[in-house]
Ligand binder design. Structure first.
Ligand SMILES: N[C@@H](CCC(=O)N[C@@H](CS)C(=O)NCC(=O)O)C(=O)O
Length: 282
């Protein structure tokens, strides 16, 4: 069951926030969906799933990125999930990269996280099922994200190319196994055995992948977490070795913030629109 929390008219479409019980995460979750004008006038539209970074809720991207203007123009819905399970009964830790706001888009296997922290299943299966049953959308999907969310979008797209048309990321953690944030989180959620970590590591996954969806990455050169936590060149190098097309744009002087994301989000929405539109006409 979906409970509507807020609704705002936005660029002639609708921005809505809902709460629902998540089977994957065994707690209430909040997500937002932006429905473009075309969806409100009877068409089923394709969907871009946006995965946010550490410390975010559904609201950071919704209020700071300015994506809805472009989604309205291209006739694309955007789904904005939270970045972790939350609530008094959901384990947490006093760290920006573990616990609430830091689900890392994995299925945790270790205690105390294993009951609730199943963000991978939630994003790949549960949420799309819910969205496709309850909103005027079709099953044509793309996925994008920022930082921890860029890691989420890339590893999900690499493992599930049949479920998406395209993938893009801003300042993604492409190799969490080789970043301090990712290592600390994976040790908690997945345990000490790094073989389990590799199943969520985009650089490792791409070495073995059969295909790569159309892929666009933007990275600011003045990002305070680059290159320590973020090494987009590593993914670009594997893509080149494997003969996969990957567009990596180094953006001179931009940092890690939503000032950076909002500057280039229009290009990312237009990029996804090219691939989503193909199936929209079928
Ligand atoms: N300086 C940040 C570090 C975390 C951070 O930069 N988070 C990014 C994603 S990795 C973000 O989107 N923050 C929320 C925002 O800028 O609205 C903090 O301590 O909150």
């Amino acid at each position: 069951m979906l409970t509507l929390l807020n609704e705002y008219k936005h660029f002639n479409g609708a921005h809505r926030r809902y709460r629902h019980f998540s089977q994957s995460n065994q707690c209430d979750m909040i997500f937002a969906i932006y429905l473009p004008p075309r969806a409100l006038s009877g068409s089923r539209v394709p969907v871009l799933y946006w995965l946010s970074g550490l410390t975010c809720t559904d609201e950071n991207f919704a209020t700071k990125a300015g994506a809805q203007r472009y989604a309205a123009e291209h006739g694309i819905a955007i789904v904005m999930p939270d970045t972790s399970p939350r609530g008094d009964d959901v384990p947490n830790q006093n760290a920006i990269n573990i616990g609430h706001g830091a689900g890392f888009y994995v299925n945790a296997t270790q205690e105390p996280w294993a009951k609730n922290y199943h963000m991978y299943d939630y994003i790949v299966n549960e949420l799309p099922d819910l969205i496709e049953q309850n909103f005027p959308v079709n099953q044509t999907r793309s996925i994008a994200g920022h930082s921890m969310g860029g890691h989420g979008a890339l590893q999900i797209a690499i493992k599930n190319p049949e479920r998406y048309q395209s993938v893009s990321a801003f300042a993604p953690i492409v190799s969490p196994s080789d970043s301090a944030w990712g290592q600390a989180a994976f040790r908690e959620y997945l345990g000490k055995d790094t073989a389990a970590w590799k199943t969520y590591d985009s650089v490792t996954l791409l070495r073995e992948a059969e295909t790569l969806l159309p892929c666009k990455i933007d990275q600011g050169t003045a990002d305070e977490f680059y290159p320590r936590e973020l090494q987009p060149e590593k993914l670009a190098q594997v893509a080149a070795e494997r003969g996969f097309a990957l567009e990596l744009n180094m953006r001179e002087g931009y940092d890690h913030s939503y000032y950076f994301v909002s500057t280039f989000i229009g290009e990312h929405i237009a990029f996804h629109a090219k691939y989503l539109a193909v199936l929209q006409k079928v």
